[in-house]
Design a protein around this ligand. Structure first.
Ligand SMILES: *Cc1c(COP(=O)(O)O)cnc(C)c1O
Length: 379
């Protein structure tokens, strides 16, 4: 069995001419040999060879049977939500991607669905759940507070009750964490982030081992139509080749940045999967790495705006997972769809800042943070 890094590079093959990279198929339709006779491809929404390559490669990397590629992470997530029927209820951890929250809080009611945000799945008594709970959607580590949920513990209890476990694995990717191997039924990704890695496309993925779920997702992919275009499939394939290299460097940088920040009095709190000992134990069990997204709250005598405005290397922008370092203010930029009371309850503080650490030289990253912290101290 080849290792992840090798599969990422050799997992899909070229063509009959010996091209090292497979060609990109820019055709919306495919000929039938004759009336009533069909080949592998017909109309490109249903499938095309370039998308098929991405899906094959992603399934191999996950060690999974099936994968599907979508136009965006939200197209992947919303397609998965279409597995539910009117009356069903979904439990989600209380700090999820803002777009996922926007979906459940604005569209679920119209679709006859219910949702509930859960502070901590360890507190849930599965025997007391309502019968209409049909899915659990977890993001671990979560966004933007990097809280860790024990996938195995949740999936085991969920399975006993016939509840689907869905994991948004965007922050870690299959290089670090493989939720299916801990009992999850479905994994979703925003491949806009680490999978593609260069902040130049939007893409989403759904992965599963379950044949019935796979068939339904395939049907929904073709029916809802949020498919990934061939040229973006090509960019995603190219990005995946360096996923392991990038993740290693992202994480190495982040580890040192966290150590640096821990030594600074300008920082009040750091949110990262290694910080809370009990959660770190779970993280070590289910993931080979901790990723490169973390959040901080600055000390009271540090001005958030001055700090962010003075960062030179970290662009102030939403998103994460690209080679460039980014900084954002979740309360106004990524989690603005959370009503104030939920922001307060969850802990999305006005002083919270989220970082996505890039693959630049570590000393440049540290010196940028250092000079901005020094300028932001209220004298
Ligand atoms: C970005 C993101 C999404 C949504 O993905 P898009 O590609 O932007 O639609 C979903 N989940 C997480 C954790 C994300 O970071």
């Amino acid at each position: 069995m080849m290792k992840f890094e090798t599969i990422a590079i050799h997992g899909v093959h070229g063509d009959e001419h010996g091209a090292v990279n497979p060609p990109v198929y820019l055709s919306s339709t495919y000929k039938q040999p004759s009336f009533g006779e069909f080949q592998n491809y017909a109309y490109a929404r249903g499938g095309n060879p370039t998308r098929n390559n991405v899906e094959t490669l992603v399934a191999k990397l996950e060690g999974a049977n099936y994968a599907y590629a979508f136009a965006t992470g939200m197209a992947a997530t919303s397609t998965v939500f279409h597995l539910l029927s009117s009356g069903d209820k979904v439990l989600l951890n209380n700090n999820v991607y803002g777009g996922t929250y926007r979906y459940v809080s604005n569209l679920f009611e119209k679709q006859g669905l219910e949702y509930e945000l859960i502070d901590d799945f360890r507190d849930i008594d599965f025997d007391k759940l309502e019968d209409n709970v049909k899915a659990i959607f977890i993001e671990t580590p979560s966004n933007p507070l990097l809280r860790v949920t024990d996938i195995e513990a949740v999936a085991k209890k969920a399975k006993e009750k016939g509840i689907l476990t869905i994991v948004d694995n965007t922050f870690l990717t299959a290089y670090y964490q493989k939720p299916l191997s801990f009992g999850a039924d479905i994994v979703v990704y925003s491949a806009t982030k680490y999978y593609s890695g260069h902040a130049d496309i939007l893409a989403g993925l759904v992965v599963t081992n379950n044949e019935q779920i796979s068939n339904e997702i395939k049907f929904l992919q073709n029916t809802l139509g949020g498919v990934l275009a061939p040229s973006d499939c090509f960019l995603l394939l190219r990005g995946i080749k360096t996923l392991a290299l990038r993740m290693d460097r992202h994480e190495e940088n982040t580890k040192s940045v966290i150590t640096f920040l821990q030594s600074r009095e300008e920082i009040k709190t750091i949110y990262y999967p290694t910080i809370i000992p009990e959660e770190y134990e779970v993280q070590k069990k289910q993931s080979k790495g901790n990723g490169a997204v973390f959040s901080i709250i600055l000390a009271d005598n540090v001005d958030v705006k001055v700090f962010v405005d003075n960062l030179l290397l970290f662009d102030l922008a939403v998103s994460l997972g690209g080679v460039e370092s980014l900084v954002c203010h979740p309360a106004s930029m990524t989690h603005e769809s959370y009503p104030q009371e939920i922001q307060d309850k969850v802990g999305i503080d006005q002083k919270l800042i989220r970082f996505s650490v890039g693959v630049e030289a570590l000393e440049d990253i540290i010196s940028d943070l250092k000079q901005a912290l020094e300028k932001a101290k209220i004298k």
